[in-house]
Every structure is written in structure tokens, then in C-alpha cells.
Ligand binder design. Structure first.
Ligand code: LLP
Length: 421
């Protein structure tokens, strides 16, 4: 459920007409709903009620500080994967002891920044990384809390580009080698080995892969405890999928996912962390765009929008489906027509949808891409010298620009010309 609903034929973001935001900030833009962000965070938080837990929002999904602050003030921790994310979370007021650091390529500089600023734990992905964390910790005279990310070799049954839990993927250490790697970790004086981490992929629409992975984690917990390790925290990653279209069967709910966690891992009495990103932000955001032209091709009609693949990459990159809806509902009785919905970027991959049935639309009409809150703005680029589009946050009947649209001068003047030119 989200808070983007029609009232009297006009699409609203909570209590604000989307067209009013478009008039104020211009198109294209992203708009997020505070109530939806909070609702989704709380669904996870409540799903783990009765268990010692922390929901660490995977901020790679949508990392504007206003979003981070909204979630942190409701009790969220953060899952970060770079120095930039770490510093952004800190800038948004998230304390270090609520930040977990994931990612396979943490540099010694990133590790130093996090150890100095405060960190809940590093999720370690390899032995070379473990050695560097140990070295930096010793140099700073601190002990680094770590989990080791294990790769359970489970098929997440999702898009190949976002599956991470098979042995052929670059993530984690093979679960079969875990005993050996944990023994090595425990021998390093700069590390405090506190738990196990796993993340098998994103946009999972079936609970079974989670169950298989978590069963392996439960087994490993027992094995490692028997070997003398004080395993007290399990980071179970993110990955629960969202409905991208209303016609498909809905993916499992956070409450069902929470029950699965309790069933498979509850008996271990570990602190549980989860790292959801998409489910919190995805359906809490729209990308709003305007029709520039309606172009009649030989055998199809093209709706040419002012938003493009550089603004919302997912359709071009993953063939992802996003529902696209008119901001002002057309008069009833008009027959929908098939359109190829495209952006102005100079490649055919800049296509959002092919043969999509839409009410008749004309130049100047506004459309909204649903489910664009996660992996939308954060994956945008300035390809074709198109400035990054603004982000807006709605809260009840108020809205605020949380990232403004750069001017063309701001974008262009970031280049510097060498003196020989
Ligand atoms: N934890 C780790 C270690 C991750 O790598 C990810 C996502 C998450 C948590 C959050 O997963 P989520 O709950 O959002 O599924 N750009 C792609 C998605 C990439 C996901 C990368 N890792 C897309 O647009 O579909």
C-alpha cells in the first residue's frame, strides 16, 4: 500500500496534488511519501517484534538525507556500502553504532573513516579484506566488530544481475569454507567476531530461497559456537521484493518474512539485523515526467517524455516494468491505446515500455512512474548532459524540495579546461 491515490481524477502524493508539485519544480522529478516510507519501515520493525533486532535500511535504494532522517527518526539503522554512504548517513544524524558497513571492496581509507567515526559492524566479504580491517584497527588501537558474509549457494530466483547468493557470484565466502575463515578471523587481535552475515539477492518474490539460506545460517551458527565462537548477531541481508504491477500476484509480506526468520533462527537467541532497501523506498516514490511529443510512427505511436533512461535506468538496465499512469485521469469512456513510451536520449535502449496501453495522451500531459522510489534517483546520471532531476518529499499537505535541480551552468562549470587549451 502506498499514499499515491487519485482524488477527483487527480493523482495525489499524500495530500498534495502531484500536478501542483510539477508546477512548482518543473519536470521530470522524483517525489517520495513520508507516510509510505514510515509505513514500510514499521512493517519490518513490527514483523520482528519480540526479537532483539535492528532494521538497517539499505540506503543504496534511495539515499537522500531527508529520507535517511525520516527513517532514522523512526528507529532505523543504516546499511552502507561506501565512504560516501557512511558520511551521508552520519550527516543525516545516524549514529555510528547504528551503521553496518557492507560491500566487497572496502578500501583501507573507508575502513579507517568508519572505525574513527563509529561503526556497528563490518560485514566482511573476503580474507584479504579481513586482513586490512585487522591492520587498520590495530593501527588505530581499536577492535573492529565484524561478521563474515557467507555465500550459501542458493538460487534466489530473481534477475541475474541482482542475484548474489550463488557460488558463481562475487559475494561472500563459500559457506563450506566458513569454519576455516572464522578460525582465522578469531586469531586476528584487531577483530571481534560477533556474527554471521548473508544476503542472497534483491527483488525476491518467494520466501523459499530465504528459508534455504537461513537454514544454512542456523546450522553454521551451531557449528561455529561448538568451535568456540561467540556468535551473537545474525545479519540476514535485504531482498524482499515489491509488487511492480497491480496485476501480478503480490510478493510475500514483511510479516510472513519476519515469521520465517523467527521460525528458522529464533531458537538461536541471536540479535537479528535485516537490510531491506527496495521494500521501504520502492513504492514510496514516483518519477513524474511530461509528454513532450506524441509521434506517430509507421506502425506504432511514440510518447516522447522529458524523463529518460539517465533519470530512471531500471527499464533499460533490467528490462524492468514500471506502471506508468496519467497524473490527471482522462475523461471516462476514452479507449486506451498502445504506446511505445520513450525518453529523448539518443539510443533505442531509452525505452520505458513498448506497446503499453494508456489513455490517449497529448503533448504537455503529465505521467507518473510508479514504484520508482528505490534504485531510481540514486542510479541517475547526467548522460546526454541532462542535469540530475530534483527530489521532493511530501509530508501530509506539505512538500519540500530535498534536492534541487542543478542549473546548466552548475553542471557545465564542473569541467575544468587544462591551460594548454
Ligand atoms: N544488503 C546488501 C548487502 C545488498 O547488496 C542489497 C542490495 C540490499 C541489502 C538491499 O536489497 P533490497 O532489499 O533493496 O532488495 N539496482 C537494482 C537492485 C540492486 C540491489 C543491490 N543490493 C535494481 O534496481 O533492481
Amino acid at each position: 500500500m502506498d499514499h499515491f491515490l487519485y482524488r477527483d481524477g487527480a493523482l495525489f502524493a499524500e495530500d498534495v496534488p502531484v500536478a501542483e508539485i510539477a508546477a512548482a519544480v518543473g519536470t521530470p522529478f522524483y517525489v517520495y511519501s513520508t507516510a509510505t516510507l514510515l509505513r514500510h519501515f514499521r512493517l519490518f520493525d513490527e514483523a520482528l517484534e519480540g526479537t532483539d533486532h535492528l532494521v538497517c535500511y539499505a540506503m543504496k535504494a534511495a539515499s537522500n538525507q531527508a529520507i535517511l532522517k525520516t527513517l532514522a527518526s523512526a528507529g532505523a539503522g543504516m546499511d552502507v556500502v561506501s565512504q560516501g554512504e557512511y558520511l551521508r548517513a552520519r550527516a543525516a544524524g545516524v549514529p555510528g553504532d547504528r551503521i553496518v558497513f557492507s560491500g566487497i571492496g572496502k578500501t583501507s581509507e573507508e575502513i579507517r573513516v568508519a572505525l574513527t567515526g563509529g561503526i556497528r559492524q563490518f560485514n566482511v566479504e573476503s580474507e584479504p579484506e579481513m586482513a586490512v580491517i585487522n591492520a587498520v584497527a590495530l593501527e588505530l588501537g581499536v577492535v573492529a566488530p565484524i561478521t563474515v558474509r557467507v555465500n550459501p549457494d542458493v538460487d534466489a530466483k530473481t534477475h541475474a544481475k541482482i542475484a548474489t547468493g550463488k557460488s558463481e557470484n562475487k559475494f561472500g565466502i563459500p559457506i563450506a569454507r566458513a569454519t576455516e575463515v572464522y578460525a582465522h578471523a578469531a586469531s586476528l587481535p584487531g577483530l571481534d567476531v560477533i556474527g554471521i552475515d548473508v544476503h542472497i539477492g534483491s527483488q525476491l518474490t518467494d520466501l523459499e530461497p530465504f528459508r534455504l539460506a537461513y537454514q544454512k545460517v542456523a546450522e553454521l551458527t551451531q557449528t561455529l559456537r561448538t568451535a568456540g565462537h561467540d556468535i551473537r548477531r545474525l545479519d540476514l541481508g535485504g531482498g524482499l521484493g515489491i509488487p511492480y504491477t497491480r496485476s501480478n500476484a503480490a510478493p510475500p509480506l514483511p510479516v510472513e518474512y519476519g515469521q520465517l526468520i523467527k521460525d528458522e533462527l529464533g531458537h538461536l537467541n541471536c540479535e537479528i539485523e535485516i537490510e531491506p532497501g527496495r521494500l521501504i523506498a520502492g513504492n514510496a516514490g514516483l518519477m513524474v515526467s511530461k509528454v513532450i511529443y506524441l509521434k506517430n510512427g509507421e506502425d506504432r505511436d511514440f510518447l516522447i517524455l522529458d524523463g529518460a533512461m539517465n533519470d530512471l535506468l531500471r527499464p533499460a538496465m533490467y528490462d524492468a516494468h514500471h506502471d506508468i499512469v496519467p497524473v490527471i485521469e482522462p475523461a471516462p469512456g476514452l479507449e486506451p491505446r498502445p504506446y511505445d513510451i520513450v525518453g529523448p536520449v539518443c539510443e533505442s535502449g531509452d525505452t520505458f515500455a513498448k506497446g503499453r496501453l494508456m489513455p490517449p495522451l497529448a503533448s504537455g500531459d503529465l505521467v507518473a512512474f510508479r514504484s520508482a522510489g528505490a534504485y531510481g534517483a540514486v542510479m541517475a546520471s547526467e548522460y546526454n548532459s541532462r542535469p540530475l532531476i530534483p527530489e521532493v518529499l511530501v509530508h501530509g499537505d506539505q512538500f519540500a524540495v530535498i534536492r534541487s535541480r542543478p542549473t546548466f551552468d552548475e553542471m557545465i562549470n564542473r569541467d575544468t579546461i587544462p591551460e594548454w587549451l
